[in-house]
Design a binder for this molecule. Structure first.
Ligand code: IPE
Ligand code: IPE
Ligand code: MG
Length: 251
């Protein structure tokens, strides 16, 4: 594994975020600027995914979540959805070996049953082959929506309460977190969105409560391992207060 494209100088490896979440946006605009079909932007974007996975694994980030397809993205033209599904399948097929070699486990969050059968089959296979890997979790949000996730959580808790297996009096934040798709994961410490849009777009609504947010104007296909490392450095310069007073406040 050697990317060596990045300047990791002055990065404190001991204080990396445990979980980085990414809204990879701007594939369509990247293609439009070049008078290409939007699908070309998605294809180029898949290359960026590979690079960011590689550098994250090299640095020792524990969990990397990519927003790959939202519940709202089902409203895109049929041809674009079809191309994206084909791309997810190809990407998983081609990365399976690299994930094995680099001890990377695949995770999926979202409404998997809405995905086409052939995509689900590849997902099932790669989940199985990589399940014992513990070097990094590569988590893909596919057909994912934060509101759907919260709605499903409420339904599950309500069923358990109605069945008498869960006492409503005991429901607390941990119960909620335990019924989300992300039940086994730490919350993201850092959320990066490319292409300049200042919004969350229904991504990890509960889990991003105290994430540090970074929005870069760079379009996802142009995003590099170098810029990723720069953002990590900036993240390390921020003070996370979690609602408390600053550590440097003496009085
Ligand atoms: C992000 O790029 C990829 C997906 C949502 C699948 P977009 O396709 O949203 O690109 P823009 O925002 O139109 O440029
Ligand atoms: C968010 O990007 C979803 C993904 C990156 C998969 P969108 O392009 O779909 O979001 P909006 O339309 O800008 O809010
Ligand atoms: Mg977009």
């Amino acid at each position: 594994m050697s990317s060596n494209t990045s300047n990791t100088h002055r990065l404190n490896i001991a204080e990396l975020p445990r979980h980085v979440a990414v809204i990879m946006d701007g594939n369509g605009r990247w293609a439009k600027k070049r008078l290409l079909n939007r699908v070309k932007g998605h294809e180029k974007g898949a290359e960026t995914v590979r690079q960011i996975v590689r550098i994250s694994r090299e640095m020792g980030i524990g969990v990397l979540t990519f927003f790959a397809f939202s519940t709202e993205n089902w409203q895109r033209p049929e041809s674009e959805i079809h191309a994206l599904m084909g791309l997810f399948k190809r990407l998983l097929n081609s990365e399976e070996r690299e994930m094995q070699e680099n001890n990377i486990r695949l995770g999926i969050i979202g409404q998997i049953d809405r995905l086409p059968e052939d995509v689900r089959a590849v997902i099932a296979r790669v989940l199985k082959t990589t399940r014992g890997n513990d070097g990094m979790l590569l988590n893909l949000a596919l057909s994912y929506g934060g509101r759907t996730e919260i709605t499903e959580m409420v339904r599950r808790i309500a069923f358990k309460s109605a069945a008498g297996t869960l006492n409503p009096d005991t429901i607390d934040e941990a119960t909620v977190a335990d019924h989300l798709y992300t039940r086994e994961l730490p919350d993201p410490d850092l959320m990066i969105r490319t292409s300049g849009e200042m919004r969350i777009s229904n991504f990890l609504l509960w889990q991003l409560a105290y994430a540090e947010l970074f929005v870069t104007p760079t379009l996802w296909p142009d995003f590099t391992a170098d810029e990723f490392v720069s953002i990590l450095k900036e993240y390390q310069n921020r003070e996370r207060r979690f609602g408390k007073v600053s550590k440097s406040t003496s009085d």
